[in-house]
Design a protein around this ligand. Structure first.
Ligand code: GTQ
Length: 358
């Protein structure tokens, strides 16, 4: 990006050791620090220097460890049995997948309940495997089928149940690093919810895009009218868009609030990408950080110039803010599908979202 107002006179700034010790001691005892030695660290020239590294988590490695957690740690001892995808650039204890996005893989076993709670971070789930799982959000039971997106927005009651057989596994994504950074992260526990619905709103009130219950026009748009986006619908919509998109151009759909047409959550954005067989796509570069989850297929990704190993079903990779992402479908026979999480909604709200190419 070239900004006519920018000029890069690379002047170097003063350092701490240039200052007399008695001056530094006096500052320290007054809880003061000089800005200039760390100025370039906080405001690097021309582009951010993310700690987040392009990184890949393989489901073939995660799954056996998650299954083992099932016998090592009963649900009562875990509440949420999750292995967290910690970006090595942030240090493993920070629970960052990117600077703003937390991602983990969660498992519940038949008969288990991940108990009811609500918290200030917002969460979503993308279902990976197993049948019979449900998330209950504010009394609405949401079936968890492979590829479904399920929202549990900030401060909404949610619990997970499993009435089937075999493990149910899904990916969690939260804006936890943000809310922790705001020192506003906390949770409340509650008694198990009473389910009020039969079918969920994705197959009743919000069955089709472009149609909403008429009486809703008389009331303010709901903040979270829809909590589940069934994968079968998303996949069909991607295939339809592909039929009207030139080869090499992204077939990319965003998930929206059906009442407002805006993003589903205030902080994080969700979208799905289809790569046709053998197709190679470069996503328009922007200022957001992102996490990609392969729903199905074999995808070779290049993130910020770094080639990642082929990503396959349920593998996850992270892209730092400002990174260019190139995706190649390694199959010449089958399409590949990816689910994307990014922090563009929050960046837009605070006025820092930038798009660097058309
Ligand atoms: O399922 O509610 O991965 O509260 C982390 C915190 C999942 C959840 C996580 C949570 C949840």
């Amino acid at each position: 990006m070239s900004d006519p107002q920018a000029h890069s006179g690379a002047s170097s700034l003063g350092t701490l050791d240039e200052l007399p010790q008695d001056y530094r001691d006096a500052m320290t005892s007054a809880n003061l620090v000089p800005l200039w030695p760390s100025m370039r660290g906080f405001l690097p020239h021309d582009a951010p220097r993310p700690q987040t590294r392009p990184a890949l988590w393989r489901y073939s490695e995660v799954r056996p460890l998650l299954l083992r957690a099932g016998s090592l740690t009963p649900i009562e001892k875990a509440e949420r049995r999750v292995l967290v995808f910690s970006n090595p650039g942030h240090g493993l204890d920070g629970l960052h997948c990117t600077g703003t996005i937390y991602v983990g893989m969660q498992m519940i076993l038949p008969g288990e309940i991940a108990p009811n709670h609500r918290h200030t971070p917002s969460a979503v789930r993308l279902v990976v495997e197993g049948e019979g799982g449900s998330t209950i959000v504010n009394g609405e039971r949401l079936p968890m089928e492979r590829g479904d997106l399920i929202l549990t927005p900030a401060l909404q009651w949610h619990e997970h149940t499993h009435a089937g057989s075999g493990p149910v596994i899904w990916m969690d994504a939260l804006d936890l690093p943000l809310v922790v950074g705001m020192e506003a992260s906390y949770a409340l526990e509650g008694a198990s919810q009473t389910v009020k619905n039969g079918l969920d709103a994705s197959v009743t009130r919000y069955r089709r895009a472009g149609l909403v219950p008429y009486q809703n026009f008389a009331s303010p748009r709901a903040q979270y009218p829809l909590m589940r986006w069934p994968w079968a619908e998303v996949r069909a919509a991607l295939e339809a868009l592909a039929s009207d998109t030139d080869e090499g151009k992204p077939v990319h759909l965003g998930y929206v609030n059906p009442e407002t047409g805006g993003e589903c959550l205030p902080t994080l954005g969700f979208s799905a990408i289809m790569l046709r067989s053998g197709e190679e796509v470069t996503l328009p570069r922007d200022s957001a950080s992102a996490v990609f989850h392969v729903v199905s297929g074999t995808v070779q990704a290049e993130v910020a110039g770094e080639a990642l190993l082929n990503a396959e079903d349920a593998d996850v990779f992270a892209a730092p803010a400002h990174a260019r992402v190139r995706l190649v479908n390694r199959s010449t026979a089958k399409p590949a599908f990816l689910f994307q999480i990014d922090d563009a909604p929050l960046q837009r709200k605070i006025g820092i979202y930038e798009r660097f190419d058309a």
